[in-house]
Design a protein around this ligand. Structure first.
Ligand SMILES: [Zn+2]
Length: 287
């Protein structure tokens, strides 16, 4: 009798242990799956909302994009689609990543109010382009360029398309699992390669007081010196690419896509910790 109670108890303990081990092994897979599903559902919901918001807009298709625009911009629309196709090809080459999302939704808003309204912003934020949940929203150069005779050229030279399209690449490559400074750094790096455009540099005295990268992850937009936040992100990505090559960045993106946390993905890709990189970057990366 005693032996049989012990044996039943032992069986229960073994069973509970096996279930615990199984859950322990399964849980990370469920979390990764959950994150990927959330990312996809979020994009689909936002895509549906955007479709409703722009149902009175004109539509033009190219191989990889669908562009929504208003009649005032009908002369610009073909050029923007042609640029988008060209940039897509060049970004794939620069980053070594094939973009799978098709068609990529682009919206060209005629004024800042219309662009802001599409997010529910109060209108005090000033921007010429936004990447948001799988969609690229652009402000027509008629709203931000004074030289109306060469709007197409101005958009090509100063427009945010290459930058925003790179954000889409990073979002898709990692299924939304990336720190904000990383995507801002890569987007500026690619933009500079394609159009030659870079933001102005911060003051020398600002450069000695860099933001901790942890602050540039979740609270990027809240940092008071935005020029420093963008510049620091670009320098970090440049530093990583120049010292350790594109291959390591691709490994990092792949690990993030698989749901790995950023600190672990970073160690696996570079062989040292992110705090070690941050320390070295602060000491020597900016010279
Ligand atoms: Zn950006």
């Amino acid at each position: 009798m005693f032996t049989s109670i012990v044996s039943v108890k032992l069986k229960i303990v073994v069973f509970v242990l096996i279930v615990a081990l199984f859950i322990n092994w399964l849980l990370p897979h469920f979390l990764v799956m959950g994150q990927k599903i959330t990312h996809k559902v979020f994009q689909q919901v936002m895509g549906f909302i955007l479709k409703q918001q722009t149902k009175t807009y004109e539509t033009l298709y190219s191989n990889n994009f669908i562009l929504k625009y208003t009649q005032e911009d009908q002369d610009l629309a073909p050029l923007i689609l042609q640029l988008a196709e060209d940039y897509l090809f060049r970004i794939e080459k620069i980053l070594g990543i094939k973009q799978q999302k098709r068609p990529i939704p682009l919206v060209l808003y005629s004024d800042e109010e219309a662009l802001n309204k599409s997010f529910g912003w109060s209108g005090d934020k000033s921007t010429v382009g936004v990447y948001w949940a799988g969609t690229i929203r652009l402000l027509s150069p008629r709203a931000w360029s004074e030289n109306t005779a060469t709007l197409g050229e101005t958009f090509e030279r100063e427009g945010p398309l290459a930058h925003e399209l790179t954000h889409l690449f990073i979002d898709e490559a990692t299924k939304g699992n990336y720190p904000r400074w990383l995507t801002e750094g890569v987007a500026q790096y690619v933009e500079a390669e394609i159009t030659g455009f870079t933001l102005s540099e911060p003051l020398e005295e600002s450069k000695v007081n860099l933001y901790p990268f942890s602050r540039l992850d979740n609270n990027f937009d809240q940092q008071p010196d935005q020029i420093l936040a963008y510049w620091q992100s670009l320098q970090a990505v440049r530093n990583l690419l120049e010292k350790y090559g594109k291959e390591s960045l691709l490994v990092l993106l792949r690990e993030l896509r698989q749901g790995e946390s950023f600190p672990k993905a970073f160690v696996h890709s570079y062989g040292f910790t992110f705090p070690e990189f941050e320390q070295e970057f602060k000491e020597s990366g900016l010279k």
